[in-house]
Design a protein around this ligand. Structure first.
Ligand code: ATP
Ligand code: MG
Length: 431
């Protein structure tokens, strides 16, 4: 037997029952984003590798070990499957001069790729919704983006998602904190792990982000950035908190929240659920004022966040959201040559009126077709045999009677079947 080919490890198929659920989720996402005046942007999945090295930083988990990078065999160009969306979005904004006239609120959804160890809530191909505001100095926009999250959890019927907040200050403040950190960790270098020792001089801030339990006590005693912050950074942080307090949005300040990407400054935040185990962060973001310039654009402030779609869907499912087939309105049953030709025309005519139709293909007896019609979950069967075809009529049979609606089939003319169906659907919706 020919061996089967399987999907790549950590890259999942999303089958129809599940995919319909995803589409409903995406509709909620789109209308939520519209309600905050965000506009869509569609970006390539493959970008030049130097984009990510420059944007995310060389000494990060993503760039060091998680990127799917390859050389284009046709022209030798180094390319990478995008591990996140911000870098590509900023690249596009610069390339097309999008913020020359006015600031922009932008969003995208799609696949990201990271070579991680697959486990629940962590995949090698996963989906993110990314939300970016470019050209706004804040802190009003930072706070708006945070409150957007709260509204979405509400729209999705989710609770138990808590907000963590921190500030990373500005580069000069971080530089002072960094030298404090290096001397602190140098004094305790025997307690560091390999990663920690490797990062001691290249990226000591990332040691604070370590998940190694053996390091936690050391990390707790480390010097804090907040002690290095100047008046402006403190005012920005206070400005964000003020809006959150005014909105009654609870938050926890977590000084250890530093985020895995280099490009952040000032505000950083994460939304964390207590129901997903170790992979509890469903949304993460913050300000990245330096990135536009770092990628060759005219300096511009910016702020954004990304949500992990698989993790959110898992939460919705856990809260009782059901996946499953979405039934059509009408199943068309037909037999005989003339009948089948009429049936095909009737099906298109119904679709002209906005009615969803499943046209039976593959023949079979009336009885077996009716069984499939029942199982399809359709509201009506439209049945056409020789008899109906000769009379220019169809038999309309309600399959899903509710309330007063009699479960009786009737003959109606081909021209009136759409109206009959529409008015029954309206009656059902009213009752
Ligand atoms: P983590 O600490 O869990 O690795 P991260 O800091 O690498 O997360 P971000 O780069 O901030 O994650 O991505 C934003 C969101 O995307 C995360 O909060 C998470 O919900 C989701 N996400 C990140 N990596 C994965 C993955 N490998 N599989 C599924 N979702 C992911
Ligand atoms: Mg990660």
């Amino acid at each position: 037997m020919t061996p089967k080919i399987q999907s790549v490890r950590g890259m999942n198929d999303i089958l129809p029952d599940e995919a319909e659920f995803w589409e409903r989720f995406e509709e909620t996402i789109r209308s939520w984003l519209r309600s905050y005046a965000y506009r869509p942007i569609r970006l390539p999945i493959v970008e030049p590798t130097p984009l990510f090295k420059r944007a995310i930083g060389e000494v990060t988990d993503i760039v060091e070990k998680e990127m799917y990078s390859f050389i284009d065999s046709l022209n030798g160009e180094p390319l990478t499957l995008r591990p996140e969306g911000t870098a590509g979005c900023v690249r596009a904004v610069i390339q097309h001069n999008l913020i020359a006239q006015q600031p922009q609120r932008l969003y995208y959804m799609g696949q990201m790729f990271r070579h991680e160890r697959p486990q629940k809530g962590r995949y090698r191909q996963f989906y993110q919704v990314g939300v970016e505001a470019l050209g706004f100095p804040g802190p009003d926009i930072d706070a708006e983006q945070i409150l957007m999250g709260a509204r979405l959890w509400d729209d999705l019927g989710l609770d138990g998602i808590a907000l963590q907040l921190n500030t990373l200050g500005q580069p000069a403040e971080r530089a002072r904190h960094r030298s404090d950190l290096i001397s602190y960790f140098e004094q305790h270098s025997e307690m560091l792990d390999d990663d920690g020792r490797r990062r001691l001089y290249s990226n000591p801030l990332r040691i604070l982000d370590s998940k190694n339990p053996a390091l936690q006590e050391l990390i707790l005693g480390a010097p804090q950035l907040i002690d290095q912050l100047g008046a402006e950074s403190l005012a920005h942080f206070e400005g964000v908190q003020q809006v959150l307090r005014d909105a009654g949005q609870p938050f926890e300040i977590n000084p250890r929240l530093v985020r895995g990407l280099d490009y952040y400054n000032l505000t950083v935040f994460e939304w964390v659920s207590d129901r997903l185990g170790a992979q509890g962060t469903v949304c993460a973001g913050g300000r990245y004022d330096g990135l536009v310039q770092q990628l060759g654009g005219k300096p511009a402030p910016a702020c954004g966040f990304a949500m992990g779609v698989e993790r959110l869907i898992a939460l919705i499912r856990e809260a009782g959201g059901e996946a499953g087939a979405e039934p059509v309105d009408v199943y068309v049953v037909h037999q005989g040559q003339a009948a089948s030709r009429l049936a095909a025309r009737v099906a298109e005519g119904l679709r002209d009126q906005g009615i969803d139709v499943l046209f039976h293909c593959g023949g079979g007896s009336f009885k077996s077709q009716m069984k499939k019609a029942d199982a399809s979950g359709a509201s009506f069967a439209v049945i056409i045999g020789d008899d109906e075809a000769n009379a220019g009529e169809v038999t309309l049979k309600p399959l899903r009677p509710t309330g007063e609606q009699p479960n009786e089939q009737k003959r109606v003319s081909v021209d009136s079947v759409a109206d009959e169906i529409m008015s029954s659907i309206l009656d059902w919706e009213e009752s």
